[in-house]
Design a protein around this ligand. Structure first.
Ligand code: PHE
Length: 449
């Protein structure tokens, strides 16, 4: 069975691919802007606590179930128990995960298309094609549709290559590039006037914000979104992981890389905002709060780049390239979820599975573009704020309650003969059984009432 499936060729390949899925617009855009408007370091600390206490154990649940079953989410969750009803519940959860992954991709591709567009507009503008530059930078259905389709085509092209020649190969190329670009941009911005004010906002906690009711659900949603949880992406990547790898260790490396890059992005975005402020760009609204999140990336950053002349063109191109790369290594993991399902459950070839899944998602994405005001926010909220944490609870329940403990132990023993005596084995099974579902439910309920 496993011989027919793809497998990551190396540990590093897996880590880059899984971290590539995790590191996306959520890290470089979402996390820093949320930290900026939610008390800086106070948000950072809450996020770190939630990431380690809730998201890492949930990540382990997905990776372990994936590696154990070597199957897509639907078949994996459906095979953990012998009881037909529990099997059906597992399959249903898997299908919901697959739908949520597709929904996320349908809005993600639109935003990622904007990143591509902005990234291309700067060099084109510098070369004198002003009308193309304007078209790429101006919100309109035709532009949104075209760029979304280009981004979906890129995503499909990578997924078409399969696990090793598509996902692993491109993640290994793109992730180092992303890291270098991010560090270089942050170092440059930190030398500009005003940057230290941004640093202070980022690093000095304002705990008064932590008490607001939406704060925890935001930080939780952020942590789940950032680690790509609940929707089967980590499960499917885990299913392509070789049996000789020690899952708790590689999982921790992926989580650390994701959190590290989010924190690093804060060192770019917050200082950049205050550099912009020092140069007369408006970053606060009339009430004295920070401008909303979308304004930040698509108006504050471009306004900042505009004050920097030629170096601004370079900086802008690098910045939007960074965003596009981050988006692409994430979007391929989203598309792989339905593609793997179609291949394994319905016997499609990778080429037709990619065409069908990509085609349907792009069509839905087109619908969102054409009804942007009604659909965009709705799809984002349903998929990331509610569906992801709910599915996260479900996966923890499957790992903690449905999966037999001896099967789990033998899974851990594949790469660690003394797993029975490890700290992980002492803590994690009880943890995913009780603590994760309870705390996630409490936070979710609190946000509803
Ligand atoms: N983790 C990605 C990000 O931070 C988003 C994502 C969500 C990717 C769900 C895959 C699945 O942008």
């Amino acid at each position: 069975m496993t011989a027919l499936r793809g497998e990551f060729r190396s540990r590093l390949g897996f880590i880059f691919a899984a971290a590539g899925s995790a590191v996306g617009l959520g890290n470089i855009w979402g996390f820093p802007t949320q930290a900026a408007s939610n008390g800086g370091a106070a948000f950072l600390i809450t996020y770190l606590v939630l990431a380690f206490l809730l998201a890492y154990p949930a990540l382990m649940a997905e990776l372990l179930i994936g590696r154990h079953t070597h199957r897509n989410m639907v078949m994996a969750l459906g095979s953990l128990s012998d009881d037909p009803r529990t099997q059906r519940a597992g399959q249903l959860t898997g299908v919901l995960g697959l739908l949520t992954a597709s929904l996320i991709l349908s809005f993600y591709a639109i935003v990622a298309g904007w990143m591509l567009g902005y990234g291309a507009s700067y060099p084109l503008g510098a070369m004198g094609s002003e009308s193309t530059e304007n078209w790429l930078n101006t919100f309109a259905a035709s532009r949104n549709l075209t760029l979304m389709l280009i981004f979906m085509a890129l995503t499909m092209a990578v997924v078409l290559g399969g696990v090793e020649k598509g996902i692993e190969r491109w993640s290994r190329r793109l992730m180092p590039l992303l890291l270098i670009t991010l560090v270089a941009l942050a170092l440059y911005v930190l030398t500009l006037e005003g940057a230290t004010t941004g640093l202070a906002v980022y690093l000095l906690p304002d705990f008064s914000k932590v008490l607001s009711s939406d704060f925890l659900i935001d930080a939780l949603g952020s942590a789940f979104f950032s680690l790509s949880l609940g929707v089967g992406t980590m499960l499917i990547y885990g299913s392509y992981l070789s049996d000789t790898e020690h899952v708790p260790t590689v999982g921790a490396q992926v989580a650390l890389m994701d959190i590290g890059i989010a924190i690093l992005a804060g060192f770019l975005i917050l200082p950049a905002m205050y550099v912009a402020d020092a140069r007369g760009v408006a970053i606060f609204n009339e009430a004295g709060g920070l401008l909303s999140e979308d304004t930040l990336i698509f108006s504050v950053m471009p306004a900042l780049f505009a004050t920097l002349d030629t170096s601004g063109t370079w900086l802008a191109t690098a910045f939007f390239m960074l965003m596009s790369i981050a988006a692409l290594t994430s979007s391929i993991s989203m598309l792989e979820v339905p593609v793997a399902y179609l291949i394994e459950r319905h016997g499609l070839t990778r080429a037709s599975a990619t065409t069908w899944a990509g085609g349907i998602i792009a069509t839905f994405s087109g619908l969102i573009v054409l009804n942007f005001d009604t659909l965009f926010g709705l799809v984002v909220t349903i998929s990331t704020r509610y569906s992801q944490p709910l599915l996260g609870i479900a996966v923890c329940v499957f790992a903690g309650w449905v999966w037999r403990r001896d099967a789990l132990l033998s899974e851990l023993q594949k790469a660690d003969a003394s797993a029975e005596h490890s700290l992980f084995w002492q803590v994690w099974p009880i943890y995913v059984r009780w603590i994760c579902p309870v705390i996630i439910s409490v936070i979710l309920l609190q946000s509803l009432v």
